[in-house]
Ligand binder design. Structure first.
Ligand SMILES: *Cc1c(COP(=O)(O)O)cnc(C)c1O
Length: 352
């Protein structure tokens, strides 16, 4: 007991045992590490779960959860899900006999129609990407319960500060902790939080068996990021709300998409031809594929997050160059508005 204000980084792979028949709490650091244990305790509390597990990325967290299923099992999945989720299901787990049907999970009737006798899981995102449609977790939990399927919710876009799906009937929550939980664009990590001690036992078994654990340095960084989750989210949500109202008044913008909460906003520029000049004229936001950081991040889904979706399918879904996703950071709202106004004006004039 040192009274240290932050959790120490136990940079260690094994632990000396007290005696031959006296195992210590920790033995080998894939199975358990004190820094990771501290972080996992925080993650479980944030989501009000019976247990939490830290992974090397959001995809490692999701892939480990998918290993709860077996060949021949079927999943119903949000259709505009994260591209990596679509890829791992259709290109990797499909080879092991796990089947998936993709439907619009903001429509409970469509979800119901997709259930089959072998449906063992329902995988949804609280807010879809890039159109930011909300999925009703309570409605999904009623359907999952009726059909005896596990409800898995990817809550990356809202974070536990804005949404706690386990309290609305979800069985498992997944986060790409790379985004809001970490919050500083400096760590790649994933989290799984479960509702029951039985699921905690199963996921712990897989975390140790498969081994995609988060290292102690990254556990430390993630726990440090989480300390400011509340103040970051409050400020970012407030700025996002102000920008949504302001964007709605701009003649250079055709449509604004916002789920009513969160700090990610999507909007459609008046012309596809505006995209390049628009993003290149912005000075504050970073341009690229992540979200949920202290820096605002601008993404062109057609070129970044959804570039792997076939062009015809992208067109059908309205994911063209004019669609912009904006993850609102901690910059001053007036600075962001001035930057956006300049880039909108310049790109609109050029495309006219
Ligand atoms: C980023 C992201 C993931 C993947 O997480 P990584 O940490 O990049 O592996 C999964 N789901 C959603 C919604 C994401 O935004």
């Amino acid at each position: 007991m040192t009274g240290a204000a932050a959790v120490p980084i136990y940079q260690v792979s094994m632990f000396d045992q007290p005696g031959l028949d006296q195992p210590g709490e920790f033995d080998y650091a894939r199975s358990g590490n004190p820094t990771r244990k501290s972080l996992e305790g925080v993650l479980a509390k944030l989501d009000e779960g019976a247990g939490a597990f830290a992974f090397g990325s959001g995809m490692a967290a999701l892939s480990t959860v998918l290993m709860l299923f077996s060949a021949g099992d079927h999943l119903v999945v949000t259709d505009d899900c994260y591209g990596g989720t679509y890829r791992v299901l259709t290109k990797v787990f499909s080879r092991f006999g796990l089947k998936a049907t993709f439907v619009d999970t903001s429509d409970p009737d469509a979800v119901k129609a997709a259930f089959r006798p072998n449906t063992k899981g329902l995988l949804v995102e609280t807010v879809s990407n890039p159109f930011l449609r909300r999925t009703d977790v309570t409605a999904m939990s009623i359907l999952a319960r009726t059909y005896g399927a596990l409800l898995i919710v990817d809550n990356t876009f809202l974070s536990p500060y804005l949404s706690r799906p386990l309290t609305e009937g979800a069985d498992i929550v997944i986060h790409s902790a790379t985004k809001y939980l970490g919050g500083h664009s400096d760590v790649v990590a994933g989290a799984v939080v479960v509702r029951t001690p039985e699921l905690a036992k199963e996921v712990y078994f897989l975390q140790n068996a498969v081994g995609a654990v988060l290292g102690p340095q990254d556990c430390f960084l993630l726990q440090r990021g989480i300390k400011t989750l509340q103040v970051r989210m409050e400020r970012q949500v407030r700025t996002a709300g102000a920008l949504v109202r302001w964007l709605g008044t701009r003649p250079e913008i055709r449509e604004v998409f916002y789920p009513g909460t969160g700090a990610v906003v999507s909007f459609r520029l008046a012309h596809d031809a505006m995209a390049a000049t628009f993003v290149e004229s912005l000075r504050l936001p970073l341009l690229g594929v992540s979200l949920g950081a202290v820096e605002s991040i601008i993404t062109v889904p057609a070129r970044h997050s959804h570039a792997s979706v076939p062009a015809a399918e992208r067109e059908r879904r309205g994911i063209t160059d004019s669609l912009i996703r904006f993850s609102v950071g901690l910059e001053d709202v007036e600075d962001l508005q001035a930057d956006l106004a300049n880039a909108l004006g310049r790109s609109f004039r050029e495309a006219a």
